[in-house]
Design a protein around this ligand. Sequence first.
Ligand code: PGA
Length: 251
Amino acid sequence: MSRKPLIAGNWKMNLTVAEAAALAASIAEGCRNLTDREVMLAPPYTALAAVTAAVKGSVIQIAGQNVGWEKEGAYTGEISPVMLRDVGATMVILGHSERRYIFAEDDELINRRLVGALNFALTPVLCIGETLDEREEGSTFKVLERQLRRDLEDVRPGQAERLVIAYEPVWAIGTGKTATREQAQEVHYFIRGVLTEVFEKKLAQSIRILYGGSVKPENIDSLMAEPDIDGALVGGAALKSESFNRIIHFS
Ligand code: PGA
């Protein structure tokens, strides 16, 4: 089963509109002629339209960093899936650990957002991951399975084809500590097993599972060599075109 690798950049709460457009243009330049991999950029909401314009005609897909579940309405501070599509986004990051731990988003809320995103034809990149305490007490698999099952409730198999999962151990995000390739592969294999139970084998084999957490030019090649690592979700190293372009061009 071949899964097309996906390299995704999560810009978090960084960059003005002008800075974002310039970075996006430089990344687009670096991935001209790429056909064997996909690239996604998730700018802050304010820069979505400018980034969409800057990458026009390239292979880059644009994503929101979160999304509401209704088309419109009284939800102060939220952005709807229709609004994301309107500015050119086709994908959306959901359940990022910063949403879970800084903004107290729980699995029920993440599930609502995810079902909403799918209903409006956005491709979700669902992030899951254990904290350092959870890893040390040996509950990594239990935590990941719980997150997956709750976040994916009511997702129909026909919709799940578009789904992307990102395994992001919380202890590896922004810390410079990457999971070893063996640690990541072990978890990705486990996640694919849970997806097989939630959906079915063929579908689970086609869903891409990205690794995220201190991915950089120095570790991307070895991570991508693992059979169940289908790409990367990159934070810090996605904010500079040289490092992100190198990650895109992993070998
Ligand atoms: P990092 O962030 O690459 O800076 O560790 C990854 C993420 O939060 O998606």
